[in-house]
Each structure stands twice: as C-alpha cells, then as structure tokens.
Write a protein that binds this ligand. Structure first.
Ligand SMILES: Cc1cc2nc3c(=O)[nH]c(=O)nc-3n(C[C@H](O)[C@H](O)[C@H](O)COP(=O)(O)OP(=O)(O)OC[C@H]3O[C@@H](n4cnc5c(N)ncnc54)[C@H](O)[C@@H]3O)c2cc1C
Ligand code: SF4
Length: 520
C-alpha cells in the first residue's frame, strides 16, 4: 500500500465516529481561524472536517513551498482543534473535496453540514453543488475573513470606481487613523514620502525563521514524493505554520520593520528580498492572522510613537484598501475576467520564469526568491516580472497562471485581480487607469540591479542596450490606441512620435529580435 504520510494526524487525533454526530463543519485550507466562524461553533464544538484533496492539489503544479505551507498549517490547525476538544475528521482523498463530502453525507444520513462561502470561485461552485444535492442538510455561512461586504461595492467597482475612494470609505468606516471625519495628519495618502531607494549598507532587520517540526517534515517528504516535478524548491522551508508563530511574525514586523516600511516600500536591492515588507500575505490569506489584527497593531504602533505616519498609513492602506478592493473586484468580475486579454497577446511565458536563468540581472534577482521561497514583494511582481511579460507581449492568462502557482500567498481571488486587472491591463482598464509598463529607468531608480547587469541601462538601442528601454517604446508605439485614449498616458505616444525615424526603426528592430530570441 502506498504511504499516506498522515502518521502525525493518525496518531494524535482520535478517530471520530461520524455516526455519532449530527452537526459537522467543513473547514477549507484557507479558513484556519475559528474566531472568524459563527460563535455557535466555538461554543458547541461540532465535528470539524478537514480534507486534503489530491484533485484540488493537481489543478496546478503549485510551488512546493506553497503546498507544504498550505498542508502543514491545515494539519497544525486540525491538531490544535482536536487538543481544544473538537472532534476532528481529517482525511486525504484522491478525488476533489466535494466528492469526499458527498460520500460522507451519503453514508451518514443523520449528519448536517455547515461550510463557509469559499473565497475562490471553483470551490464555491463545487460546494454549491453539494448544497443543491443535499438540500437543507447543508448550510452555507458567509465568508467572514474579510472586512468589507462585496455586495455593497461590487457594482461601483465594476464601473471603474477607484481604489482610492473605496479606501477613504473604509477609513471612515473602520476609524483607522481618523480624527473625526478627517484623516490623521490632514492627508489620506502619504505615498509622496514613500518612494526612496535603499541607501547603501542600510541595516535590514532579519525575519525569524520557524524550525521545521515533525509535522512539517512529514508534509515535505510527501510533497517531494508525490509532486517532485512541481515548481520551486522545498529546501529551507521556514514559514510560520501555526497561529502562534504567525502572530510572532506580525509582532516582529510591527516592532522591527513597520517604521521604515513606508520610505522603502518600492525599493529593491541585490540579495535582499523582504526589506521592510511584512510577508504577512501568506498568513492573512489562510486565516492564521486576521486583517483587523494586523491593522489594529499597526495603528497602535503609530499612536505609541513607534512607527511614522507615512509607514502606518501605507501599510493600513494595503490591507483595508487594496486587499479588500481586489477581493471585491474578483466578486464583481468573475468568471468572465478569467479570459481577459485586452491586447490580444498570444506569446508563451518566457522560459526564464521557470528556470530563473537570464542575463538580465533585474529578472534574475526577482525570480530567485520566487523559485526559492515563493515570495517577492509588490514591486518585483509589478514593475519587473509583470512589466517584462507585458513588454514581451506574453498572454496575460499565462502570466496569471504562473503567479498563481509560483507564490505561497496566491489564491485566485487575489492573484487574478492583481495580474489581469492591475499589472497587465488585461481587463482593458477596469482596475488600473493605465498599463503598468516602464523602461529600465524605473528599475534603475529603485534598485541597485543595473550596476551588476551585462546590459547597459544608459543605452537605448543596440545589442547591449537594456532590453526594457527599447521594449518599452515599442510597446507604447504598438499599443498607441490604448495610450491615446487615456489622458494621463497620451504624452508618452507624443514623445515616441517626436523620436527620429532612425531611432524608431532601431527600437522596432531590437524589439523584434529580442522577442524572437526569447522563443529559442
Ligand atoms: C502581479 C501581482 C501578483 C500578486 N499576487 C498576489 C497574490 O497572489 N497574493 C497576495 O496576497 N498578493 C498578491 N499581490 C499583491 C502584493 O504584491 C502582495 O500582497 C504583497 O507583495 C505581499 O507581500 P507582503 O505581505 O510582504 O506585503 P506588504 O508590502 O507588507 O503589504 C501588507 C499587506 O497588504 C496586502 N496587500 C498589499 N498590496 C496588495 C494587493 N495589491 N492586493 C492584495 N493585497 C495586497 C497584503 O495582504 C500584504 O500582506 C500581487 C501583486 C502583483 C502586482
Ligand atoms: S540594465 Fe536593464 S536588464 Fe539590466 S538590470 Fe537594469 S533594467 Fe534590468
């Protein structure tokens, strides 16, 4: 018999007899916090069902560290629930989880099931089918892992309502950094102060590393055995996998990095991947930490004088603003948005996204932490990896698939809006007001990458010129219709048109050569 790799679960969770139970709650892998569930569950302690579904796991060749994180944190959570006195039924199935649930409900007719609306579309569809088949025996409760109700904002977001206005409404509602009806310090947004390059030798605090315990070690063995060919590396796994460990990470961020989060939010530096970022998306997105907890602590740090206003405002904006907004966008735009491709790009994702091998130093630096750890902060995702994919005319759906499988914090509700809405303009401008593309200048301004690159940032065209330079103008020219329709970006087309015919020709030739060579 093939090994199940569930020895810790089997030896530490008493076998539940399903026939003894009338009420069961199905807990999905990204809903690991009972504080977000209805209070009767904490009070009555019904049977909790957890499922490891190979059917779900095989949908994408997820980064090994992502699979390890998701499964290890679910196992730790199930064990904690069992220790807290909950009867727990934890099992793994080759099928999809809805098939597993149907089997349980068919075999145990006195069992009633509660589940929480999944944040991802396909899981929701699957569970709704179970609900339809078993009628009143299955109850769906609203997803309580977010701060805003999508129903309240969906229509406005679909019509292009800007994040900035949604954010202001969230500030007023939550009261974060508010003085009555006015924002603390007089401004809603302090990003003007948040665009500094990291000074040379600037001290960077280290992030704690969680030791691999026996539960995680067993999951690592399983992933290496069953998913050997998946993306990324499993070595040196150090993510937190319990709520206690994740809260430690939150406190560590607040104490050691929040204050300088703002100024260096957009900075990138050779060999340094987190800088002053929180890396909390990993824990927020499966419930180990709740968004309110993170914002409460950040606001408290500001009030205690431990962190400056532009940092705290920026951090809170990312969570109550962007994070909530993209989730509403997902609710508003699914499922049609999955096929969005405004520029009709058809090229495959360049091979380097899988291997990390490229002579372009910025791409090599930004791909390394993804392959090793399934993480990079926002700017490498947006201004290097997505920017390059756009400039080389890659099908945005390919890029979206890659981001979804490559990052530890990726779930469809958050990755899709960020890729198809924000970073590739694939939705034609519902989420972003213009395509996020730039030449090498931006990367040079915000990092030290160009100093160590074989290409020359100062050269605009030619074999050794920075490819971002000519690819950028090539993109502006070819997509001029999109740019001329947008008041904010129209001047870029005018700038291209003012270039000499010779330069325009070189830009076109170099871009065609570069894109052609990428395919070989
Ligand atoms: C192309 C692309 C793909 C992305 N894919 C994901 C993804 O799969 N999962 C994910 O959680 N975020 C994604 N983001 C958003 C953002 O880059 C990450 O949330 C952030 O980099 C996570 O690192 P951090 O926790 O150190 O963030 P910090 O910089 O410390 O920010 C604090 C928190 O704010 C939230 N946040 C910030 N920006 C966003 C945003 N645009 N959308 C949603 N939440 C945000 C996150 O929860 C994050 O933990 C993506 C962005 C881009 C441009
Ligand atoms: S020169 Fe161009 S390719 Fe090289 S690191 Fe700078 S931006 Fe990237």
């Amino acid at each position: 018999m093939s090994r199940t790799y569930l020895s810790h679960i089997d030896s530490n969770i008493p076998k539940a007899n399903l026939a003894d139970h009338q009420k069961a709650v199905f807990v999905l892998h990204d809903q690991l916090n009972l504080d977000a569930w209805p209070s009767w569950i904490r009070e009555e302690k019904p049977l909790l069902i957890f499922m490891e579904s190979a059917g779900k796991g095989q949908e994408l060749p997820h980064h090994k560290k992502k699979a390890i994180y998701v499964l290890s944190s679910m196992r730790h959570f199930a064990l904690e629930c069992a220790e807290a006195g909950f009867p727990v039924h934890y099992y793994s199935t080759k099928k999809h989880f809805d098939d597993g649930l149907k089997e349980i409900l068919t075999n145990h007719e006195s069992l009633n099931l509660t589940y929480m609306t999944p944040s991802e579309w396909d899981s929701r569809e699957r569970l709704q089918k179970v609900k339809k088949e078993f009628g009143k025996r299955v109850e769906e409760v609203p997803n309580n892992f977010f701060l805003a109700d999508p129903e309240e904002y969906k229509e406005r977001v679909k019509d292009g309502w800007l994040m900035e206005y949604f954010y202001r409404e969230m500030r007023r509602k939550s009261g974060y950094l508010m003085n009555g009806d006015q924002p603390e310090g007089g401004e809603w947004n302090y990003d003007e102060q948040n665009r500094e390059k990291l000074p040379k030798d600037h001290p960077l605090p280290k992030i704690a590393e969680t030791e691999v315990d026996e539960i995680t070690a067993e999951v690592i063995e399983m992933i290496e055995d069953w998913y050997r060919e998946s993306f990324g590396k499993s070595e040196n796994f150090s993510y937190a996998v319990t709520r206690r460990q994740a809260l430690y990470r939150l406190n560590e961020f607040i104490d050691e990095r929040l204050d300088e989060f703002g100024p260096y939010e957009d900075a990138m530096a050779h060999g340094e991947y987190e800088l002053f970022h929180s890396q909390l998306s990993v824990y927020l997105n499966n419930g180990l930490i709740l968004p309110k907890e993170a914002c409460d602590k950040a606001e408290e740090a500001y009030k205690n004088g431990k962190a400056r206003l532009n940092s705290v405002e920026g951090f809170i904006r990312q969570i109550i603003g962007w994070r909530e907004y993209v989730r509403i966008y997902y609710e508003a735009m699914m499922p049609e948005v999955r096929e969005a491709n405004h520029f009709n790009f058809t090229r495959k994702l360049p091979e380097m996204y899988w291997s990390g091998e490229t002579r372009m130093n910025c791409l090599s630096e930004c791909l390394k932490p993804v392959i090793e750890n399934g993480y990079s902060h926002h700017i490498p995702r947006l201004m290097v990896l997505s920017n390059f994919s756009n400039l080389t005319e890659t099908d945005p759906r390919e890029l979206n698939r890659w981001f979804h499988l490559a990052y530890v914090d990726a779930y469809e509700w958050v990755v899709l809006p960020n890729v198809l809405g924000m970073s590739t303009f694939a939705d034609g401008g519902v989420l972003a007001s213009k395509p996020y593309v730039s030449s090498g200048n931006y990367i040079n301004k915000m990092s030290d990458y160009c100093k160590h690159c074989e290409y020359k940032i100062s050269k605009k065209t030619g074999e050794d010129a920075c490819p971002f330079n000519y690819l950028y103008w090539n993109f502006i020219n070819k997509q001029r219709e999109t740019f001329t329709q947008n008041g904010r970006a129209n001047f870029m087309v005018n700038m291209f048109d003012k270039k000499s015919e010779e330069e325009k020709g070189m830009i076109r030739q170099d871009s065609e050569r570069f894109i052609r060579d990428l395919e070989h």
